[in-house]
Write a protein that binds this ligand. Structure first.
Ligand SMILES: [Cu+2]
Length: 724
């Protein structure tokens, strides 16, 4: 290694003597080229808060479009206006303002953000979520279609306006369908006045690193082929701020010299530039799409981790850190090595590891005055095959329990640097405790299997295992429950307490809803049962951050009752001091993660796995905090939407029996007797706006004639045993 560094330094010095310094590090706010008036030195004077406006135009677009001219053959063409080079592999994408990542929002604590979102997607609704912002005064600005707003229709404009009261690293992304994974996201960084005892010298916009796994095509066709046939669900690559080598590049081109001599052009990698002797805050923000946690490390540099999900922690020095979908980790890098060029490595784990697609990526740490475009020359052809422990001390490891000292630090072992909320941490029993367990369940999910193609009858590659919470698939309501509660029917809601059928045997879906009292202390016990695959699911809560108070891996697989028994026996101590604050957390496979929070933000808040394929098939639920009467009301002119099911003018209506019609939602397909819906009332459901279904004047509408019932939702079809 020493030889390599010496060689690199020598090479760099000789190059430097020839080339002028192309670009010095940007060190002041004024130097930042795309300077927005709100990107400024933050002040502690609240009178200096600003209202910061942004225009977002959403559209479908193309990697290496004609805007890229001769990129990557002519490197400078890759920086052209509207050119999105990605990893040099052409595919369709969805973007904001023809940028990927989309435009960054960089403001100061206390500012107000205004974003006008123009939807130019073809015939598709959208909504933008401000991931990590709690929307305390404006819950209807949370950007979740079906929960906090109607989708912004194609051709429509929607103005978001909200305050950002807390500093931290956040990001924004579409919360509709698969748009986030296809490119509709960007950073949202809320800076605070710089402290005198700061652990870093510089906090620069070019040191925000948005990292994510990348598919070879739009997410939707990949999703469809995986869920309806035998297509896989594995990412093909990884991108760092929208740049990277194409998949498989290093198999052919092991080092920089080979790349140069074989002459294969590639899109310039993302460069982090530093001055020797200085220290820098780097913000790692994961827009992870599928099951691809990224282990981040930097050659010859340790990382000091200072913050997660917007909340400071007591700093820890590590050699690598695993970042899961939806997480943010802020690290400090000290440029204390010889002037040179170093790889920043992003090793894909789980579905990205070498058992599957070997998806990984590299960026470059270049010390000034190393010329732009320089990459290290040493061979790292097989670096991604290294086991994670080869990276030294690792933070936030995959599927690993706390307690392996000197090798791993789990999120649950970090100490928060924020003030404690003693009631959250020391209260013996939370006011509400929810066990939420999950696995990939081998049930006949009616959306992908069902009576005509039962899971037991199809060959291995066609079997679709459904990730569910407590054996329930969440379905987003057609109308936003927060802003149109009067349009909702209690019949649509359920949870495991209200279910009157055995959801371990039958497919259950509904609007999965949990209700807690305002200002109560809530505890979630997340249990990864872990039978079907060694998977990993990062869970994200809207509207609140939580304290991670316990985490453990018990075995390859487990069940909630094991954990309940363990807890009753006093074997699961909660962290009562300095428990780390997060809004996105992983759960070890075959283990549990427990977190607590004060439900002090009235509203309806989505809680879900942040893997797009999982949330889209219902791995989530809505948390109702407080009664509807305790929630703030949306502005009077807030857009409304809903179903249209009027009485028919001349009944009866005759239908052709359509055996392929699958109607799982209340009353929408009443003529299909196999799919009648059972409903129930439950004390945990919204009360103020419950509306009984109106009796139909029309004839024979099976679901309209249902009594006032029992269980919620479900539908089920029990046949076909003879087929196996
Ligand atoms: Cu998941």
């Amino acid at each position: 290694m020493r030889v390599t560094i010496q060689w690199t330094v020598a090479a760099v010095l000789s190059i430097v003597s020839i080339f002028p310094i192309i670009q010095s590090t940007i060190q002041s706010y004024a130097d930042f080229p795309e300077r927005h008036p709100c990107y400024r030195e933050c002040s502690s004077d609240p009178l200096k808060s600003m209202t910061c406006g942004y225009n977002f135009t959403l559209e479908y677009f193309w990697v290496l479009s004609k805007a890229c001219y001769e990129c990557p053959n002519i490197t400078s063409d890759c920086s052209r206006f509207d050119c999105i080079p990605a990893d040099g592999v052409k595919r369709a994408i969805a973007v904001v303002n023809r940028m990927m990542p989309g435009p960054a929002i960089r403001v100061c604590q206390g500012d107000t953000v205004v974003v006008d979102v123009k939807n130019n997607l073809y015939g598709e609704g959208t909504a933008i979520h401000w991931h990590g912002i709690h929307q305390k005064k404006t819950p209807w600005m949370d950007g979740v279609p079906g929960t906090t707003q109607c989708p912004i229709p194609a051709g429509g404009i929607f103005r978001y306006e909200f305050e950002v009261p807390l500093g931290g690293s956040y990001f924004w992304h579409s919360h509709a369908g698969f748009q986030r994974g296809d490119g509709i996201f960007g950073s949202l960084v809320v800076r605070q006045p710089k402290k005198n005892n700061s652990l870093y010298d510089f906090d620069l916009p070019e040191h925000e690193l948005l990292i994510w796994d990348w598919l070879a095509d739009l997410s939707l066709p990949v999703f469809l082929s995986h869920h309806h046939a035998d297509g896989d669900n594995k990412p093909r690559g990884v991108l760092i701020n929208g740049r990277g080598f194409p998949p498989g590049f290093f198999k052919d081109f092991g080092d920089h010299e080979t790349i140069k001599t074989k002459g294969k052009p590639y899109v310039p990698l993302y460069e982090v530039r530093v001055d020797q002797g200085s220290s820098y805050r780097v913000r790692l923000i994961s827009n992870g799409v599928l099951n691809c946690p990224l282990a981040v490390s930097i050659e010859n540099h340790t990382m000091t981790v200072i913050s997660s999900d917007g909340f400071d922690i007591e700093p820890v020095d590590v050699d690598s850190i695993v970042v899961y979908a939806g997480e943010r980790w802020d690290i400090v890098i000290r440029a204390d090595q010889p002037i040179g060029t170093y790889w920043i490595k992003f090793q894909g784990l789980m579905d990205c590891d070498d058992r599957f697609t070997s998806a990984y990526q590299l960026a470059v740490l270049n010390y000034n005055p190393v010329p732009i475009g320089t990459v290290p020359s040493h061979n790292i052809r097989n670096w991604h095959e290294a086991a994670p422990e080869k990276y030294g001390l690792q933070l936030n490891p995959l599927n690993t329990a706390p307690g392996v000292e000197g090798q791993y630090i789990t999120a649950a072992e970090l100490n928060s640097a924020q003030d404690d909320d003693p009631e959250i941490l020391t209260k013996e029993k939370a006011d509400h405790q929810f066990y939420l367990s999950y696995d990939f369940n081998p049930i006949d999910n009616l959306r992908f299997h069902g009576p005509h193609i039962p899971i037991r009858t199809v060959r291995k590659g066609f079997k679709l295992y459904t990730p569910q919470l407590n054996y329930i698939s969440h379905v987003m309501p057609a109308v936003p429950i927060l802003t149109q509660p009067e349009s909702m029917s209690e019949m649509q809601f359920c949870n495991d307490k209200s279910m009157k059928v055995n959801c371990t045997a039958e497919y259950c879906e509904c609007v999965h809803l949990l209700k807690v009292e305002l200002n109560s202390i809530v505890e979630f016990v997340m249990v990864d049962r872990g039978y079907t695959f060694d998977a990993n699911h990062p869970f994200h809560l809207h509207g609140h951050a939580f304290r991670v108070v316990a985490m453990e891996r018990l075995n390859k697989s487990t069940e909630p009752h094991f954990i309940k028994n363990r807890d009753e026996a006093g074997l699961i101590p909660r962290q009562t001091l300095k428990a780390v604050i997060k809004d996105t957390v992983t759960v070890p496979d075959g283990g549990y993660t427990i977190f607590r929070f004060r439900a002090d933000n009235p509203g309806f808040w989505f809680y879900h796995c942040h893997i797009t394929f999982h949330v889209e098939v219902g791995m989530g639920l809505i948390l109702q905090v407080g009664n509807v009467s305790e929630m703030l009301s949306a502005p009077k002119d807030f857009p409304k939407c809903g179903n249209y099911l009027p009485e028919v003018s001349n009944p009866p209506v005759y239908y052709q029996e359509n055996t392929h019609s699958i109607s799982l939602e209340n009353g929408s397909n009443p003529h299909h007797p196999s799919y009648d819906i059972m409903t129930t009332t439950d004390s945990s459901l919204p009360s103020k706006h419950s509306s009984k279904p109106k009796p139909s004047k029309g004839k024979s509408s099976a679901s309209f004639n249902l009594p006032n019932f029992l269980a919620l939702v479900i539908i089920m079809v029990n046949f076909i045993t003879f087929m196996t």
